[in-house]
Design a protein around this ligand. Structure first.
Ligand code: BGP
Length: 494
């Protein structure tokens, strides 16, 4: 009764957080390249009165650490060896869409970008790791937002089709597992990055592009993304029978507990789960747009997206092969508490039953049982294989005088979560694999800093941009290696 035989063990990263080389070999900016953390209100674009359009405008006072990242673009061979050294049998990264179609709307792809990923995937295979590839991890080319309004515009479906067809044809035989849109269900709370939606027609307040995004555009983006997701599944199956296509959702919101048995808290928790996760999980996995979403549209007809029978049929007929997700922590719903969110998921009232949270300033509550609850809830609902493609903890750490980094907190977090994953497997949930988020330190998605480190491998780079970029192993590296070598058995020893 241990972990399944072909369990996928590994780690996950995203192009925009580690590759660097942000304008190399023909690449143009992505939506996240112009931000310092996706939680920031400074989107790196400004309204140009003359053209009546948004254009890129970086703030010279800010440090855009992602532009250099950890220089994975030039050092991936060395880094992949370190990953393989832990015994990974798979590795998740994304293709930066803007390396393949720099502005997103070109007809022909950029060969230099295609070649980079050819080499990267070949290298992973050589190192014994199956590539798990996200098609879009907050990496929509910026031009598609400023020129077209992003996913609010149905033209994006065509540009996406072009991109996906290109990479599906090119990497046939090299890649088997594809994830569509990273954490796209965060689009209601973060439309600019997670949904890549920008209101460009008469924005209410052009000086606040994020705040000016209209609900109407967000719901239109929602529908267009559902169609694009379904098309991706269809195309993938047509192009290669080997392809397994999964959606990727942030599922910390599944573990939204009612703070107590007040029926209003129970209903509030249900509502939060729905509007955080299921409103997108249901169309992806069941092929249907839920009633509570249609209710919003019925009660506010001007929010109803333009939909076609053909699009709805695509959504119905092309559900994903598996469901992949991130889990970081749980939340507690109370009518009195403000429900906020960040990259870790939904945040509600402090849960007095949880013993630990990560150190300040991030303070993410640690709830290993929440991952078992999430796995069971998702399987009960969708009956699809589940793939944990992000779980981890960000800590501020530095080598001691002997150059060592002891990170018992990370080891504890890893072991406790894996034990609960194992419990879920015993409960009968088909779990495909477990990928640690950021097995090598990368730039934080939420805050754009280096200081928040998730890695088993330390990278000498700092918030002020200094550092040698040298890699060194933390103590957790060996522990994850032992766990993987035993296929999880050592966790189960008493
Ligand atoms: C998820 C993202 C990742 C990642 C992680 C940790 O939301 O998919 O890209 O970075 O969160 O978040 P952060 O880097 O903000 O700590």
């Amino acid at each position: 009764m241990s972990f399944p035989k072909n369990f996928l063990w590994g780690g996950a990263v995203a192009a925009n957080q580690l590759e660097g080389a942000w304008l190399e070999d023909g690449k143009q900016p992505n939506v996240t390249d112009i931000m310092v953390g996706i939680g920031s209100r400074h989107p790196g674009i400004a309204w140009n009165e003359e053209t009546g359009k948004y254009e890129m405008k970086l703030d010279p006072e800010l440090k855009y650490l992602s532009h250099e990242g950890i220089d994975f673009y030039h050092r991936y061979k060395e880094d992949l060896k370190l990953m393989a050294g832990m015994g990974f049998n798979c590795f998740r990264t994304s293709i930066a869409w803007g390396r393949i179609f720099p502005n997103g709307d070109e007809e022909e792809p950029n060969e230099a970008g295609l070649k980079f990923y050819d080499d990267l995937f070949d290298e992973m295979k050589k190192d014994g790791m199956e590539p798990v590839i996200t098609l879009s991890h907050y990496e929509t080319p910026l031009h598609l937002l400023t020129e077209y309004g992003g996913w609010a515009n149905p033209k994006l479906i065509g540009y996406w089709r072009n991109y996906v067809t290109t990479v599906f044809n090119r990497y046939k035989g090299k890649v088997k597992y594809w994830l569509t849109f990273n954490e796209v269900n965060a689009m209601l709370r973060n439309p600019f990055v997670a949904g890549s939606v920008l209101t460009i027609d008469n924005p209410k307040d052009p000086s606040d592009p994020i705040g000016s995004t209209t609900e109407k555009d967000i719901w239109q983006g929602y529908y267009n993304i559902l169609v694009a997701n379904a098309e991706t599944v269809k195309l993938g199956h047509e192009i290669s029978p080997d392809y397994q296509i999964g959606c990727m959702l942030t599922c910390s919101g599944v573990a939204t507990y009612p703070y107590n048995c007040n029926p209003l808290n129970v209903l509030g928790a249900l509502h939060t789960q729905r509007m955080a996760v299921f409103f997108m999980g249901d169309p992806f996995c069941l092929g249907e747009i839920p009633g509570y979403v249609k209710r919003i549209w019925n009660e506010n007809p001007d929010l109803t997206p333009e939909m076609s029978e053909e699009g709805l049929q695509l959504i119905r007929e092309n559900t994903v092969d598996f469901f992949s997700f991130s889990y970081y922590r749980s939340a507690a719903f109370d009518t009195d508490a403000e429900m906020t969110s960040n990259t870790g998921g939904i945040k509600g009232k402090e849960n007095p039953f949880l013993k630990e949270s990560s150190p300040k300033p991030w303070s993410w509550a640690v709830d290993p049982e929440g991952i078992r609850y999430t796995l069971n809830t998702l399987y009960d609902r969708y009956r699809k294989p589940l793939f944990i493609v992000e779980n981890g903890i960000g800590l501020d750490e530095a080598p001691d005088e002997n150059g060592k980094i002891d990170d018992p907190f990370r080891v504890r977090y890893l072991e406790a979560h894996l034990k609960q994953v194992h419990e879920a497997i015993l409960d009968g949930v088909p779990v495909m694999g477990y990928l640690w988020w950021g097995p090598i330190d990368v730039v934080s998605a939420g805050t754009g800093e280096m200081k928040k480190r998730y890695g088993f491998v330390y990278v000498d780079r700092h918030n002020d941009g200094s550092g040698t970029l040298q890699r060194s192993l933390k103590n957790s590296y060996d522990r994850y290696k032992e766990i993987i070598a035993s296929n999880g058995e050592i966790l189960l020893e008493k």
